[in-house]
Design a protein around this ligand. Structure first.
Ligand SMILES: [Zn+2]
Length: 289
């Protein structure tokens, strides 16, 4: 499943071509992947032709969620959640040659901009993700309030404060708490294991036993792990690709995730694997406490 570094790489790969481009046509192949929220009038139209006529003013990401913003203070916002298998593809449209519908392509936007005519295609085989059109930025930001602080852009100090205050009395394990998007947004199974490894913290440890200095170390580790993954183009394990079909290479730098039974790169002990919060968790019982 894509986590925030993969979504950030997708955002960057779309930004250059989408900024200032205009949506001139929309086709919805499958209506149940899409919802419209906050429209007094025109809700049906928006569900049939989301963002039609919009000039793209910006692309934002918070946690694992991507938002495509219509230009202007009251512009519509398209929020994209990729779920397990979702993706966005950008393909040039060649005059006289029709683009066939891809397997599991649910929505296609035709855009005109500085890069010519482009097709932005939403593809999601398993459909655990979704698309939501919000009537304006306020409705969108209000909805986004359920998410915690963003792990890539938040300062380590702000993140440490948030972790320490939200989790000070929590009996939950560190692993379970970090998977909760309401605390730090953007971490999933891979980068939680990586951040806890870097911070030398045992994923099974109850949050209420973690001290101030340890929260600070953890916040710095989360940010470093996520930023390094963005620089490496994200992790491609099964099918993650950016909008141009490029795979990432962050998986080569994983120190914990996927390495159960192999020697710890720090101390040489054998990495352990166990199920925490329903997720396979890999850590070193010799150097993570
Ligand atoms: Zn170790």
């Amino acid at each position: 499943m894509p986590e925030s570094p993969e979504v950030e790489c997708l955002r960057r790969s779309l930004e250059r071509d989408l900024l200032s481009a205009r949506v001139v046509a929309v086709r919805v192949f499958r209506r149940d992947v899409l919802r419209a929220i906050g429209f007094d009038r025109g809700r049906d139209r928006e569900q049939r032709r989301p963002l039609l006529g919009a000039s793209i003013g910006g692309l934002e990401r918070h946690g694992k969620e991507l938002a495509i913003l219509e230009a202007g203070p009251d512009g519509r916002v398209l929020r994209v959640r990729l779920g397990m298998t979702g993706g966005l593809r950008l393909d040039p449209i060649v005059p006289g040659r029709a683009l066939a519908r891809l397997p599991h392509e649910h929505v296609r936007w035709t855009l005109e901009g500085a890069s010519g005519r482009l097709a932005l295609r939403h593809v999601d085989p398993r459909r655990f993700g979704d698309l939501v059109v919000f009537a304006g930025p306020e409705t969108y930001r209000h909805d986004r309030g359920r998410l915690g602080i963003d792990g890539i852009t938040a300062s380590p100090r702000a993140m440490a404060t948030r972790l320490g205050s939200d989790l000070a009395r929590s009996r939950r394990s560190l692993k379970a708490a970090l998977l909760d998007q309401g605390v730090v947004a953007g971490l999933g199974n891979i980068y939680v294991d990586e951040a806890l490894f870097v911070a030398r913290l045992d994923p099974q440890r109850a949050c209420r036993t973690v001290g101030t200095g340890e929260w600070q170390t953890l916040a710095r580790s989360i940010r470093a792990v996520l930023r390094q993954a963005v620089e490496a183009g994200g992790s491609t394990l099964r099918d993650y690709r950016d909008a141009r079909g490029m795979a990432g290479s962050a998986q080569r730098a994983h120190q914990a995730y996927g390495r159960a039974g192999m020697p710890c790169l720090r101390c040489g002990a054998t990495l352990q694997s166990t199920l925490i919060a329903g997720r396979t968790t890999v850590w070193c019982c010799s150097c993570q406490h």
